[in-house]
Design a binder for this molecule. Structure first.
Ligand SMILES: [Zn+2]
Length: 247
C-alpha cells in the first residue's frame, strides 16, 4: 500500500474513523503517523486560534472530497440532496443561519457539512500558511579564523522558503573596528570561483543566495576584510571561512 492520501489524513485528524487498512498502515508507517500527528496539531491550533477569513481557498478537489464523503452517508441520501446541489461557499457562520423547520434533518446535515468544511478549510489554510512561510534550514557551517585574525569565529546557516528562495545568515563573534569593511562570499570547494553576497554590516547579516548559485558547488562561506580601495575583487584577507554542511 502506498502512503495515505493527505486529504484522508486531514479527515481522520478532524475525527473521521480510519478504515482498517488505514489503521494498519498508520501502525507501521512513521511517515504517515507523523503527518497525521502534524494534522492533529494543526487542527488543535486551528480550532483555538484561526479566523477563517484569513485563510486561502482550498483546492477544488478538497471540496469535492467533502461532498463525496457527505453524500456517501445514508442519512444524506435519504435527505435527497441532488448530486449537483450548490455547495455553501464559503462556509458562512452556521450558527447564524435559521434552521429550516420542515427539514430538520437536512438542516443538521448542512450544519455538519458547513462545520466540516470549515475545519478542513482551517486545516488546509493553516497547512498552506505553515508550509509557505516557515523557512527550513538546509545547511550550516562553523566559520573558523584565519591566522591573521586569531580569535575570530562565526557561524553561517542557509534557510530555504517553499518558493525556493534561499538566504544565508552569517554571524561573527567580534565587531569590525577597522577602516575598511567586511564582505561575505560563497566560494567553490577548489576556490576556482566565487560570488560576493554583500557587505557584512555589524556582527550579523542575512543575504539572499542568487538563484543560479548551486550551494553544492559553492560550499565555502567566507568573510573577508576589504580595504576601501574601490576594487570589487576579494582582498585575499579572509577573516573566517567554513564549509557548508547539508543536514
Ligand atoms: Zn505511509
Amino acid at each position: 500500500m502506498s502512503h495515505l492520501d493527505p486529504e484522508r489524513l486531514a479527515l481522520v485528524a478532524v475525527g473521521e474513523a480510519p478504515t482498517d487498512a488505514e489503521t494498519a498502515h498508520l501502525a507501521t508507517c512513521d511517515v504517515c503517523s507523523l503527518e497525521l500527528a502534524e494534522f492533529e496539531h494543526t487542527v488543535a491550533v486551528g480550532r483555538s486560534t484561526v479566523s477563517l477569513g484569513e485563510l486561502e481557498t482550498p483546492p477544488e478537489r478538497v471540496w469535492d472530497r467533502i461532498l463525496d464523503e457527505v453524500r456517501s452517508q445514508p442519512e444524506v441520501a435519504a435527505s435527497r440532496i441532488p448530486p449537483d446541489a450548490p455547495v455553501v461557499s464559503p462556509p458562512a457562520a452556521p450558527e447564524n443561519q435559521p434552521e429550516p423547520r420542515r427539514k430538520p434533518r437536512r438542516g443538521r446535515m448542512l450544519f455538519a457539512l458547513a462545520a466540516s468544511i470549515a475545519v478542513v478549510l482551517a486545516i488546509a489554510g493553516v497547512w498552506n500558511l505553515v508550509r509557505t512561510t516557515q523557512p527550513v534550514e538546509i545547511a550550516s557551517a562553523t566559520l573558523d579564523a584565519f591566522p591573521a585574525h586569531p580569535g575570530a569565529a562565526g557561524t553561517a546557516r542557509v534557510t530555504e522558503l517553499s518558493d525556493g528562495e534561499r538566504t544565508l545568515t552569517v554571524s561573527l563573534d567580534d565587531v569590525d573596528e577597522s577602516d575598511g569593511f567586511r564582505e561575505v562570499w560563497l566560494i567553490t570547494a577548489d576556490a576556482s570561483d566565487l560570488v560576493s553576497l554583500g557587505e557584512l554590516d555589524g556582527k550579523k547579516g542575512t543575504f539572499v543566495v542568487p538563484e543560479d548559485v548551486d550551494l553544492r558547488d559553492y560550499v565555502l562561506v567566507d568573510v573577508s576584510q576589504e580595504p576601501l580601495d574601490g576594487n570589487p575583487a576579494h582582498s585575499g584577507d579572509s577573516i573566517v571561512r567554513g564549509q557548508l554542511d547539508f543536514s
